[in-house]
Design a protein around this ligand. Structure first.
Ligand code: IPD
Ligand code: CA
Ligand code: CA
Length: 257
């Protein structure tokens, strides 16, 4: 696809993310209508409503574009497709914890082309287009490349849906405490990646993600100067390590032990 076509999709993605944010802020009561999809995995009326809105807007502007989304599925393997997660951080949304996001990405034959992550409660929108840098509310952002990680945060997410993996997580977390100041887990993969991109954290590690959790955030980290390693290649089970470029080798060694 010509760059012009990609850029118009990028513009649309930013508009949709803003619309979805306004919708979520004015419909937070939908957090109360919740269904369980799998163990420790929930969906609210808002997740479905927002994915429906996003699909409609894409379909109106670019009829025929394949879309892969968490709630209504779709194109899992195509080379050119939208990848959307209407609410990344559903448990946060359900519990009124403010860190939930709307995540929209586009992938073409060269890989991930752009990503937009909106954070309604914070009134923040992170975005990046391949080769053009990463931005937070229009200002360019960069990973923290100071090199000294001893005063930084690592976002290490417990395997909350795979409790049999918790012991390994705790051993790894102990190793991380040798190289960083403290650990957080903020409940949204997309937001975690954005926080690495803008230097609020220097590292993010999580296992067993889906591509829609992290596609937009991956572009944003890379365009902010950071590095992302996918330690598995199944888009329904992605183990992901993201960090500043300066800290990446140290991070991978810490994961491996
Ligand atoms: C979840 C969030 C969470 C991560 C989970 C994801 P959802 O997505 O990204 O941070 O730990 O693994 O499934 O269910 O809120 O869209
Ligand atoms: Ca998600
Ligand atoms: Ca979701």
């Amino acid at each position: 696809m010509a760059e012009g076509g990609l850029h118009s999709r990028f513009r649309l993605a930013r508009e949709i993310a803003e619309e979805a944010s306004s919708f979520l802020l004015s419909h937070e009561s939908l957090r109360l209508s919740t269904r369980t999809k799998a163990e420790n995995d929930y969906v609210t009326e808002a997740d479905r409503a927002v994915e429906g809105m996003i699909r409609q807007s894409i379909g109106r502007a670019f009829p025929g574009d394949p879309v892969y989304g968490e709630e209504f599925g779709g194109d899992t393997g195509g080379r050119s497709r939208w990848i959307i997660d209407p609410i990344d951080g559903t448990v946060n949304f359900m519990t009124s914890f403010p860190d939930y996001t709307v995540s929209i990405a586009y992938e073409d034959e060269h890989g991930l082309a752009f990503g937009v992550v909106a954070v309604p409660r914070q009134h923040e929108v992170f975005s990046a287009f391949r080769g053009e840098g990463a931005f937070l509310n229009g200002s360019q952002i960069h990973t923290d490349e100071s090199g000294d990680t001893s005063r930084t945060l690592a976002l290490l997410v417990p395997p909350h849906r795979h409790h049999e993996m918790l012991d390994g997580y705790i051993v790894r977390m102990r190793r991380f405490y040798e190289i960083i100041s403290d650990v957080r887990s903020i409940g949204s993969a997309a937001l975690s990646l954005c926080y690495v991109a803008c230097g609020r954290a220097s590292m993010y590690y999580e296992t067993a993600l889906h591509i829609y959790d992290c596609a937009a955030g991956i572009v944003i980290v890379r365009e902010a100067g950071g590095m992302v390693t996918l330690l598995s290649d199944d888009e329904a089970w992605l183990d992901i390590a993201a960090s500043s470029a300066a800290a990446h080798r140290k991070m991978l060694e810490t994961i491996d032990g």
